[in-house]
Design a binder for this molecule. Structure first.
Ligand SMILES: [Zn+2]
Length: 220
């Protein structure tokens, strides 16, 4: 795990996962910091668990935005650990720590292993259409999980052999194996996330899987 936010009391706790922060990085981070923040105890516990997955991330200060939107207990997630490599993430904004932890487990145990078994190649990157966005669920007055950084829209999976398996096109138009892979990946999301929506839900989800920690197993 790469830990580059300085001056955190949590440093000692998180150094247990084996990261060593170079002095140069520390100085650079201190110079860039405008405020020192200390995650709340419950947030620290999640950060420690996320660190234990060997994810690369930077904890972010809590922020409240207008219209009831916020990024609380959030991280900027740049890489996840698979069984034997790092997975990169494209186009991802801030996500809450619980969302990042669930996503890390899904990427490793749900997506990467399915890619190896079905498609014969490990996963190297997950392409997303972002995470935090201050908006409502379409055509409702209800805030989306994106408005609290508790949701990610996943658009494609990149494999080590160079293949790109997109949700759009792949769900109903890819090879039989790719279609099966996407369905297995979607089903494993349903087991892990509170809400998982895909192309079968509605036309708005034709090009991505919406995965979110909120919810009680809503799977479409
Ligand atoms: Zn979404």
């Amino acid at each position: 795990m790469r830990w580059i936010v300085p001056l955190l009391p949590a440093m000692a706790l998180l150094s247990a996962c084996g990261s060593v922060v170079p002095e140069a990085t520390k100085r650079q981070s201190v110079a860039r910091s405008t405020a020192v923040f200390s995650p709340r105890p419950e947030a620290r516990q999640c950060l420690a668990q996320l660190g234990a997955t060997q994810a690369n991330f930077i904890p972010m200060p809590d922020r409240y935005f207008e219209r009831g939107c916020s990024t609380l207990n959030s991280v900027r997630l740049s890489g996840l650990r698979s069984d034997d490599a790092m997975l990169s993430l494209a186009n991802l904004g801030p996500v809450t720590c619980p969302m990042a932890s669930t996503f890390a487990a899904w990427a490793r145990y749900g997506v990467d292993r399915a890619a190896r078994q079905l498609l014969g190649s490990p996963l190297v990157q997950i392409e997303t259409m972002g995470s935090y966005s201050c908006r409502n669920v379409a055509r409702t007055a209800r805030r989306s999980g994106h408005a609290s950084a508790n949701a990610i829209d996943v658009s494609a999976f990149i494999l080590a052999d160079g293949r790109r398996v997109p949700v759009l096109g792949g769900w109903s138009g890819g090879s039989a194996t790719e279609r099966k892979f996407l369905r297995i990946v979607h089903a494993s999301a349903c087991k892990r996330f509170g809400t998982s929506l895909g192309p079968d839900y509605n036309a708005a989800h034709a090009n991505h899987f919406h995965v979110e920690v909120n919810g009680d197993g809503y799977c479409r």
